[in-house]
Design a protein around this ligand. Structure first.
Ligand code: C5P
Length: 331
């Protein structure tokens, strides 16, 4: 039986997302505080016979919306590790392909880093697959944490945070990270919108709004938020949630206003567009309150789906059972 290696990584919410002007490379400098959410992606890599080539399959929440070609971030993460293996092993070595299976738990194209979590989980699984005792490359290919981080950053600005998890302050593109102490858990209701939003378009809309003077929003300092995160008190956290991408996301998808109004009506402590949206994160007092808010917003008909979750969650890692199967044995 073929070997399968599985890893998980979590999605994220930006509690504070401050966006500066656009840089020469098209990115924007950020000052952001990320928290990983309990919602997670699981990526399974299975050894396949070389002649079959690689395949990607996806199941779970809105799986049909996920691309299964070479633009898929898990595919790109595995390809980056394979390239490193090829460099190390020499031209004659044929890098064994893997089949990739993604089990989705994070809303697709929702501003919660579902794709970036796929990349982080695929990276962890691929490093284990190609650079560990399971493979003939084990004595030859060693990937340091720095290299793993560099690959992560090359795949997308949120991928390093999905590797790290927890609570972190992100600067630069959002990929220069410092862990932040936080007492949790915080409880959230989540409202998704299946229409999705394109991250580059939301950033571009912010630039347009600022150029035309229609937006002067600047999220400001993260100091108070970081202080309050020590308290574990959602009532203190609520007034500090801020996102510079909220106004441009709403201008691209005006019905988000109604979802935010439904969250208020449902008595959420605070609600905010998550990252570039259109998912809305609603901060709640406790698990029971999160369930009530999610139910009320669902009944209002102003969301495609609702769910509950908690923050902060952990780093990307091999799945608990490691799901390393060979010859029918689970190690
Ligand atoms: O890095 P990633 O591919 O996730 O970014 C998607 C897009 O989001 C970028 O191409 C860019 O348009 C925008 N972005 C940005 N500034 C950031 C992060 C993302 O402008 N710090």
């Amino acid at each position: 039986m073929a070997i399968t290696i599985s890893a998980i990584a979590h999605g994220k919410i930006n509690l504070h997302l401050g966006v500066s002007d656009v840089r020469d490379d098209g990115y924007h400098d950020l000052e952001t505080v990320f928290q990983s959410v309990a919602l997670q992606e699981t990526v399974h890599l299975t050894e396949v016979a070389s002649e079959k080539g690689a395949t990607v399959t996806v199941e779970g929440h809105d799986a049909h919306l996920v691309p299964t070609d070479e633009t898929n971030l898990a595919v790109r993460a595995v390809a980056a590790v394979q390239q490193r293996v090829a460099q190390q092993m020499g031209a004659d070595f044929q890098v064994p392909p893997v089949a990739i299976h993604i089990d989705k738990g994070v809303p697709v194209a929702g501003g919660m880093a579902g794709g970036s979590a796929d990349a982080a989980a695929a990276l962890v699984a691929a490093v284990e697959f190609y650079c560990s005792r399971h493979h003939e490359t084990r004595d030859h290919v060693v990937l340091s944490w720095d290299e793993e981080y560099r690959i992560a950053a090359s795949l997308g600005a949120d991928v390093p945070f999905c590797l790290l998890g927890g609570t972190a302050l992100g600067t630069g593109r959002g990929d220069e990270l410092v862990s932040v102490m936080a007492r949790g858990p915080y409880h959230w209701a989540i409202a998704t919108d299946k229409r999705g939003l394109s991250t580059p378009k939301v950033f571009a809309q912010l630039d347009k709004q600022r150029e035309s003077g229609r937006s002067h929003s600047h999220a400001g300092s993260t100091d108070e938020l970081i202080r309050v995160l020590h308290s574990g008190d959602p009532e203190q956290l609520a007034p500090l949630l801020v996102n510079d991408l909220q106004a441009p996301a709403i201008s691209l998808l005006p019905s988000l206003r109604e979802t935010l109004a439904a969250a208020k009506e449902a008595d959420a402590l605070a609600s905010i567009v998550s990252g570039s949206g259109p998912t809305i994160a609603m901060l709640c007092r406790d698990a029971e309150h999160a369930l009530e808010v999610a139910t009320a917003v669902s009944v209002s008909g102003k969301a495609s789906a609702t769910m509950t979750t908690t923050t902060p969650a952990g780093h990307a890692r091999l799945a608990d059972a490691a799901v390393i199967r060979e010859s029918g044995l689970t190690e």
